[in-house]
Design a protein around this ligand. Structure first.
Ligand SMILES: [Zn+2]
Length: 408
């Protein structure tokens, strides 16, 4: 017989006070507060009357580049994407701490903020070899009991520009990476066919998914997306591919975006956004109508690319609502759904688009759902997003893994 864990007195999605019973790492039932009795040998978690939400998923981190917790350093990159890539390559080895120490600390901060699922890219290139990916894999091992962490072998410096990277990507996939990445096949590598054939060839050989950075805008981005669609169709990789950023969707005309979204839905290709400013925000309304899976991520945090980022997924959810220029509660709650169940459907797999459900539904807190939860102080979900209160309890399956910003 499995022992039940009882979470007393929480408000699922800021609804009625409830008790949540967890069995075998899944939600067994949700009943009005005071109506569940604890098992004799089960544990009881005091929910403090907090809002209960599914835990956050950071679908796009760069744990190998983070400098969270280290002294601030001035930004030294030259202009453009190449300047950023070179700044990182020139400085990461001389950081005050190793990649594994820095990645472990940033994961600590991310989990304490309420995330128990993370997908991190880790750079693989001919200068760093597998050093960075090994650091991220060590951080994953350090937090194994607290979070599910997927690692993407990411060719940040290109595959064609940096010959030798394809072999390193294969080696990374053989040593524990979960997915193969790619980046701007036209804009950076200037050879989209060879770039994408390499990425999808590795995915097929190693039986893994793909998560590709696509900063290309307008028709160039649409062209690359079309080449991706061809390969997903040819290899029957439905549900196994994610496109990160996908700025083309923020820069094309609405009818072009509609056509792309229906292809994304047909091939079950997911999108992730880091909630960037400017004309780069994903059209959430349109993607919800097409039931495309969408997740939120924090990108690099306080690194050689940018001084922004603090490990707080609730803060990043605020940013998504802010850059999307939302005010209505149901739309801000939908941003929370993207950051929680939306991302989980990408990392853990599974079809459909849980984040698109209307705000009356339990969204990830129904019997049978995974019992990874974050309990946050606040009146309403919107108020919690606006206030980002430090009083939070993070539950992983049947135990508390972080409380009020500290791992336990
Ligand atoms: Zn990225």
């Amino acid at each position: 017989m499995t022992t039940a864990t009882l979470i007393k007195n929480v408000r699922p999605w800021a609804g009625e006070p409830s008790d949540i019973v967890i069995e075998g790492g899944r939600i067994a039932k949700v009943v009005p507060a005071g109506n569940a009795t604890p098992d004799a040998d089960g544990s009881v978690i005091d929910g403090r009357g907090h809002i209960a939400l599914p835990s956050f998923t950071d679908t796009h981190a760069h744990l190998d580049s983070t400098r969270l917790g280290l002294p601030f350093r001035p930004h030294t990159a030259g202009p453009g994407l190449e300047g950023l890539i070179e700044n990182d390559r020139a400085n990461w080895r001389s950081a005050e701490e190793s990649v594994s120490e820095r990645a472990t600390y940033t994961l600590d901060r991310t989990i304490a903020s309420g995330a128990t699922t993370v997908r991190s890219h880790a750079q693989v290139d001919t200068l760093s070899g597998l050093d960075r990916i090994e650091g991220v894999l060590a951080a994953r091992a350090a937090h194994q009991a607290r979070a599910t962490v997927q690692v993407v072998a990411f060719p940040q410096a290109g595959i064609i520009r940096d010959r030798g990277t394809a072999d390193l990507l294969a080696a990374a996939l053989s040593s524990g990476a979960d997915l193969v990445g790619g980046i701007d096949p036209c804009g950076l590598d200037r050879n989209p066919v060879e770039h994408l054939d390499t990425v999808f060839g590795l995915a097929e050989r190693h039986q893994v998914g793909v998560d590709l950075h696509l900063h290309e805008t307008g028709e160039l981005g649409a062209f690359t997306l079309d080449l991706i669609f061809d390969r997903v169709r040819a290899l029957a990789m439905h549900g196994m591919v994610t496109v990160s950023h996908a700025f083309a969707l923020a820069t094309l005309t609405p009818d072009r975006v509609e056509a792309i979204a229906s292809q994304l839905a047909e091939l079950d290709i997911a999108l992730t956004t880091i909630a960037p400013a400017g004309r780069r925000t994903l059209p959430l309304d349109l993607l919800a109508r097409h039931a495309v899976r969408v997740g939120l991520g924090q990108d690099g945090m306080r690194d050689y690319w940018s001084p922004f980022g603090d490990g707080d997924m609730l803060g990043r959810t605020w940013q998504l609502a802010f850059v999307s220029q939302l005010r209505r509660d149901d739309l801000i709650e939908r941003c929370v759904a993207v950051a929680t169940v939306g991302g989980r459907a990408i990392v853990e797999g599974g079809g459909g688009a849980a984040w698109t459900a209307n705000s009356e539904e339990p969204r990830g807190l129904a019997p049978g759902d995974c019992a990874d939860l974050v309990l946050i102080a606040g009146e309403t979900v919107t108020s919690a997003v606006m206030d980002r209160p430090p009083s939070r309890i993070v539950v992983r399956r049947d135990r508390v893994v972080a409380e009020d910003g500290v791992l336990v």
